[in-house]
Every structure is written in structure tokens, then in C-alpha cells.
Design a binder for this molecule. Structure first.
Ligand code: G1P
Ligand code: ZN
Length: 543
């Protein structure tokens, strides 16, 4: 074993964001950079002797190199066993599934989620605890503090380990088990959903298209949709995982998954379309010429959960991140179950799920999931929809519109302004915060501001408090605008503006969200002084 010394620790920037540490590949390639963070994880978690670690990533550029380094460090740090996905691959939900299934101590997942990959792209690393979920803030903060001061890391000197063939090897006394990356996850899905009903649907002439965006879900989709559910092979696209995701931006939204969107909005469109992101935890759901907002998708899944095998006993409660629309709140109310509002980021759902307070949770950012794992889960959401479609035998659009008829429609849109100068973006937030009192009671056309606040959250399970989680401008009719700075970007600052208006009038359910929200957008621009402060009035992405 070798103790490698980092003379004066140069790494003051290893602060994990909403979901782990994300930086450019070139940053991770600096000598000792990855090792510094990994040793900080190991020092913080203090694994007991004999502990097992799960290790895998989304296959992006630098995945293989990082895995070799982490294996050698795990051996030097006293782990007795590491389970690695074949080829170094594990989707984020599959890693969570495996951590839970084998009761391991925790896992390291290598991914920058939906951020582009490749030599000039992003890389990322996060630690998940033994419940299979992202480490809570208390742990990520401790890792960050360590990363600034540690002076050395432990690593063994050894040849690289072969990862492409399933089996066991030994590395300086530590067992490395290369496991099939797909099987455990596929089995879990089969235990939750009625595969024979979905099979019948797919055999009935119903056509689907799943876009893996050249990212990690490719092999999972082949196994589940083609092998287990009998879908024809042209139901899948971009299923070969590539280290640079084929040059694309593996984020399943209307902008970056445009290839799929064009198919679903084109001639002879299939009945159902879906996509997942870099590491397989996000999902986008489309019908023929119809987009389902993630907030509506969560509400609909909650409303129909009982008809699905794994949820037939009913759901304990639901949770959504604060910026996610209140559509699921309406469903929770009618089911008479609790609905929790948490800050942005999946880690806030973990405690609620561990305490069995909630079964389903979701975020407006294309994340939906349940307590079957402790991460959001892209393919799970796709299968949930297929299961509902298999039972209802209505179109996606019909299902959503009938849902609105019953619960009302929470019209919703998000505007992202990427790569803003940090000072200007902070300036917008400070300006709004400073004007809370002045804005309250102000009227803009049909809208009057009732209150403004800075969202803070107290975790009802462990009592931890998270402050400054987004500015909420609430209107008297229940509409709202939320302003928030992203915690996952790697260059400049990203400002997100979330717009929501409740529309009970069914005559307006046929109109598109941008038309219905036009006035709210004007108000957002006016009160934030966005254009004056950043020089930008056109968002990078509208969802
Ligand atoms: C974004 C999403 C957030 C999600 C996170 C990780 O974070 O908004 O809901 O949990 O990615 O996928 P943000 O960049 O907004 O901090
Ligand atoms: Zn992701």
C-alpha cells in the first residue's frame, strides 16, 4: 500500500451540489483531484472492517479510469469487497437497487447526470448511503470540509482490473465482484409492474418509442422492453451507450430530446414516447403530439397507483419539491393522504421514504420515483405509464385531459437562463429578496401578490433545517412564480424561473401553457429586472 501525499492541498472547490460533485473532465484529470475527493469520502464515512461498496457509473468519458483508481483506493482503505457493474456501468436507480438488495454499506456513482460528456464534457461523483439514496447534507458537507484539508490519500499499486467479464477477482486482499448491471434492476421492475398486461398492450398494435440518448439506459431498455416485454426492436432509439453520448446533451426535455419530440409530433407518430437521461434517473413522457409535464405525470401516477401491482395496497403519502406544481397536492387531498413539500434535490425525499411517510415523490425537473429505491427512476416511470396505458386503453392525451377534468389543471412552465455571470445572477436574487415587502399587495393586471418568501424546510424526521431554497412570489388566486439558482451547473450560474397558474376552467384546458402563462412571464421579467441585470431576456431552455 502506498500513502500518496498531497503537499499543500490545492483543492478548495470540491463542494458537492444538488447531486454530488460535478466538474469538467479536465478538472477531474488534474493529478490527485479525484483521489482527494474519494479519500475525503472514505475518511468521512468511516466504513467498518469488512464493508462492501457498490461502484459504477453512467459510462461517460473518464468512467473507466476513475473506477480503476477508486478500486485501488478502496483496497488500500480496507474495504473487503466491491461490487462493480459490468464494464463499470450502473444506472443511478440500478445502483440504488443493488445497494439495498445486498444490504451493502453504500456506493459510489460516477455521473454528471444529464450534463454533456466527452473529453470536453462533464464528469461527476456522488456517494450514496446504505439506504441507497444520495448522502444527506450533513455528510456531503463533512466530505467537503475534509476535501479542503486532507494531506494524503491511500492507494495500492497494481495493474488495472478487468471489468468486462462477470466474475470475481482479488485485489490486494479485497474481492472485486463484477456483476450484471441490468438483471437485479429488471427483476425489481417485474415485481412492481404487470409485465403480461404491458406485453398484451405492445402486441395489440400499440406503438412506443424509447430514446436512451446514447446513455446508460440502453442496455436496460433492451432487456426490459425487447427481451422481457416483446416490443419490436424499432421501439428503441439511441440505445448504444457512448462515452460522449453521441455529442448530445442527454437530458430528456423538449429541447435536448428533440429527435424523439419530432417523431412524436410528426406524421404516423407512435402512441407513446419516452426518454431518459445520462444516468437513467430522469424521464420524459410523451403521447402522440402531446407532452406530459413531469408535475402532471407525478399527479397522474399518484391518482392511478392502486391499479398497479406494486402499489395495489395504496400509497402512504406523496412528496414533491417546492418548485414542482401543486397538481399532486390535489390528488393527495382527494385520497386523504399527506403531501410533503421539500427543497429541490432527491436527497430530501430519503428520510420521508425511510420513515414510510411517502411512497411516491417527484420533481418538475423530469424526476419521478417511489420507495422501491432511493433515487428517482426513469425507466420505472416509463413502465408505470405503460402499465396505466395497458389497463386504461386510452391515449396519453385522453388520460391527462380526464385527469384535469377531475382535479383541475396546474398550468406550468420553467424558464432556464444558463451560463449567466455569477454576480448578475446573484444580483437578481438579492434584488427580489430586498423587495419582498415592497412587492406584497402589488397588482399586475389580473394578478395581485399576496406574499413573498424565501423557502426554508425543516425535515420532520431528523429536524435538520435547510434555508434559502428558492424565492416564492405567491399570488392571491393561488398562482406563483419561483426564482432559484441551480446547484448542478458547471459553468457560470443558471437562474430558473418556475411559473404556475391553477386553471379550473375546463374550456381553457385545450390551450398551451405558454399562452396561459404569458402574463405571468411578463410579471416575472418586471419584478426581477432580469434583462437590465443580466442583459438576457430569452431563456436557454423552456420546459
Ligand atoms: C436539477 C433539478 C433538480 C434535480 C437535480 C438533479 O438541480 O432542478 O430538481 O434534483 O437537477 O437531477 P438544479 O440544477 O436545479 O439545482
Ligand atoms: Zn440524472
Amino acid at each position: 500500500m502506498m500513502i500518496q501525499t498531497i503537499n499543500t492541498n490545492p483543492f478548495k472547490d470540491q463542494k458537492p451540489g444538488t447531486s454530488g460533485l460535478r466538474k469538467r473532465v479536465t478538472v477531474f484529470q488534474q493529478p490527485h483531484y479525484l483521489e482527494n475527493f474519494v479519500q475525503s469520502i472514505f475518511d468521512t464515512i468511516n466504513a467498518p472492517a469488512g464493508a462492501t461498496l457498490i461502484l459504477g457509473g453512467d459510462g461517460r468519458y473518464y468512467n473507466r479510469e476513475a473506477i480503476q483508481t477508486i478500486l485501488k483506493m478502496a483496497a488500500a482503505n480496507g474495504f473487503s469487497q466491491v461490487l462493480v457493474g459490468q464494464g463499470g456501468i450502473l444506472s443511478t436507480p440500478a445502483a440504488s437497487c443493488i445497494i439495498r438488495k445486498f444490504n451493502t454499506f453504500g456506493g459510489i456513482i460516477l455521473s454528471a447526470s444529464h450534463n454533456p460528456g466527452g473529453v470536453d464534457g462533464d464528469f461527476g461523483i456522488k456517494y450514496n448511503t446504505e439506504n441507497g439514496g444520495p448522502a444527506p447534507e450533513k455528510i456531503t458537507e463533512a466530505i467537503f470540509e475534509k476535501s479542503k484539508t486532507i494531506q494524503h490519500y491511500k492507494i495500492i499499486e497494481a495493474a488495472d482490473v478487468a471489468l468486462d467479464v462477470i466474475g470475481e477477482t482479488n485485489l490486494a486482499g479485497m474481492t472485486i465482484k463484477v456483476i450484471d448491471a441490468v438483471t437485479d434492476y429488471a427483476e425489481l421492475m417485474e415485481s412492481l409492474f404487470d409485465f403480461s398486461a404491458i406485453k398484451d398492450l405492445l402486441a395489440s398494435g400499440f406503438r412506443m418509442k424509447f430514446d436512451a440518448m446514447h446513455a446508460v439506459t440502453g442496455p436496460y431498455a433492451e432487456e426490459i422492453f425487447i427481451k422481457r416485454l416483446g416490443a419490436p426492436s424499432n421501439s428503441l432509439m439511441n440505445c448504444k451507450p457512448l462515452p460522449d453520448f453521441g455529442g448530445g446533451h442527454p437530458d430528456p426535455n423538449l429541447t435536448y430530446a428533440h429527435e424523439l419530440v419530432e417523431i412524436l409530433y410528426g406524421d404516423n407518430a407512435p402512441d407513446f414516447g419516452a426518454a431518459s437521461d445520462g444516468d437513467g434517473d430522469r424521464n420524459m413522457i410523451l403521447g402522440k403530439g402531446f407532452f406530459v409535464t413531469p408535475s402532471d405525470s407525478l399527479a397522474l401516477i399518484a391518482a392511478n397507483a392502486r391499479m398497479v401491482k406494486g402499489y395495489a395496497k395504496g400509497i402512504a403519502g406523496v412528496a414533491r419539491s417546492m418548485p414542482t406544481s401543486g397538481a399532486v397536492d390535489m390528488v393527495a387531498k382527494s385520497l386523504d393522504i399527506p403531501c410533503y413539500e421539500t427543497p429541490t434535490g432527491w436527497k430530501f425525499f430519503g428520510n420521508l421514504m425511510d420513515a414510510e411517510k411517502v411512497t411516491l415523490c417527484g420533481e418538475e425537473s423530469f424526476g419521478t420515483g417511489s420507495s422501491h429505491v432511493r433515487e428517482k427512476d426513469g425507466l420505472w416511470a416509463v413502465l408505470f405509464w405503460l402499465n396505466i396505458l395497458a389497463i386504461k386503453r386510452q391515449s396519453v392525451e385522453q388520460i391527462v385531459k380526464r385527469h384535469w377534468l377531475q382535479f383541475g389543471r396546474n398550468v406550468y412552465s420553467r424558464y432556464d437562463y444558463e451560463d449567466l455571470p455569477l454576480d448578475a445572477a446573484n444580483g437578481v436574487i438579492h434584488h427580489l429578496r430586498d423587495n419582498f415587502t415592497a412587492m406584497t399587495g402589488k397588482t399586475f393586471g389580473q394578478y395581485t401578490i399576496q406574499t413573498c418568501d424565501d423557502f426554508s424546510y425543516t425535515d420532520s424526521i431528523d429536524g435538520s433545517i435547510s434555508t434559502q431554497q428558492g424565492l416564492r412570489i405567491l399570488f392571491t388566486d393561488g398562482s406563483r412564480i419561483v426564482f432559484r439558482l441551480s446547484g448542478t451547473g458547471t459553468s457560470g450560474a443558471t437562474l430558473r424561473i418556475y411559473l404556475e397558474a391553477f386553471e379550473p376552467d375546463t374550456n381553457k384546458h385545450g390551450l398551451d401553457a405558454q399562452t396561459l402563462l404569458a402574463e405571468m412571464i411578463q410579471i416575472a421579467m418586471q419584478i426581477s429586472e432580469l434583462k437590465q441585470r443580466t442583459g438576457r431576456d430569452t431563456p436557454t431552455v423552456i420546459t
